[in-house]
Design a protein around this ligand. Structure first.
Ligand code: SF4
Ligand code: SF4
Length: 277
């Protein structure tokens, strides 16, 4: 079951990329940022807030799609971040490709590079409060200058635009250089900046209402080894019964990594499980 879920995420990510490339090829209104279903436009919550702030109005055309996405986030939590975000996939792919070259030919050189990366990660790591401060500053700037600046740099938008350009005109856009920022962050800081993504933060705020599809530790099987929290990208202390719906991206690594198979995915966990409120 656990392996099936891990495989499902693996195939789902590839399926989404293929679907978006095919949509671009056939010029269908489907990207990683927005999906048009007739009159209904499903839009990234951050994009919706940017539009409203920069125009100083509630963009009613986008409101039904925003509310529908909000409902999905309440049910699925921040699953987009682990299951669909193309920037995360690109960062991990770049890390995977470059890592062997970075690690050097000898054991000594490899451990030196691993130590260097860890030090860099620890010294430059950004917390959720750093991310919230950055996002608040970003929103303030968008409101003051009436310009949705983040949409220019957003890695998801950059990837979507370039996939469309590649599929329709067989060329890439100049703004692909902006992708260097999250890729460098992914390579150098090994996801140390994961808490600074404004889109992830907005999804996290909406996911505070999530009470379904949560990983839960079966205390009778748990050895309290701490492996699940160590391997969790967001440090969720599941083994202590402290689920965090703001942070959890439903990546299911905790299910995969627990050697005692003590973590289960529950459709509707009992309310006596402690959650961050
Ligand atoms: S990895 Fe498994 S056994 Fe270890 S603390 Fe987490 S749930 Fe418990
Ligand atoms: S708690 Fe589990 S599912 Fe949630 S982010 Fe951490 S490892 Fe992934």
């Amino acid at each position: 079951m656990v392996n099936d879920l891990a495989k499902l995420r693996h195939y789902w990510q590839r399926l989404v990329v293929i679907a978006v490339v095919m949509a671009a090829w056939w010029q269908l209104p489907v990207t990683f940022c927005a999906v048009d279903l007739g009159m209904l436009r499903l839009v990234c919550p951050l994009g919706f807030l940017e539009c409203c702030l920069s125009t100083k109005t509630v963009v009613t055309r986008l409101l039904p799609g925003f509310l529908l996405i909000t409902g999905l986030v309440v049910v699925l939590g921040r699953a987009f971040c682990a299951w669909t975000c193309p920037a995360r996939m690109a960062g991990k792919a770049a890390d995977y490709l470059v890592s062997p070259a970075l690690r050097g030919p000898t054991e000594k050189a490899r451990s030196a590079v691993v130590r260097f990366r860890q030090r860099l990660h620890d010294s430059t790591k950004l917390s959720w409060s750093d991310g919230l401060a950055l996002t608040a500053g970003l929103f303030l700037g968008i409101g003051l200058f009436s310009f949705p600046a983040y949409s220019i740099f957003c890695p998801v938008g950059v990837l979507s635009r370039n996939l469309i350009e590649l599929a329709t005109h067989f060329r890439l856009r100049w703004d692909l250089i902006f992708l260097g920022i999250p890729l460098a962050a992914g390579l150098l800081f090994a996801l140390g900046w994961k808490c600074a993504c404004p889109a992830g933060l907005i999804l996290g705020v909406l996911a505070e209402g999530n009470r379904t599809l949560q990983p839960v530790v079966q205390s009778e099987s748990c050895a309290m080894c701490g492996r699940c929290v160590k391997n969790c990208d967001f440090g969720v202390s599941l083994h202590k019964g402290e689920y965090d719906s703001f942070a959890c991206s439903k990546c299911l690594k905790c299910l995969r990594d627990c050697e005692r198979q003590a973590v289960r995915l529950k459709a509707w966990p009992r309310s006596d499980q402690k959650t961050r409120q």
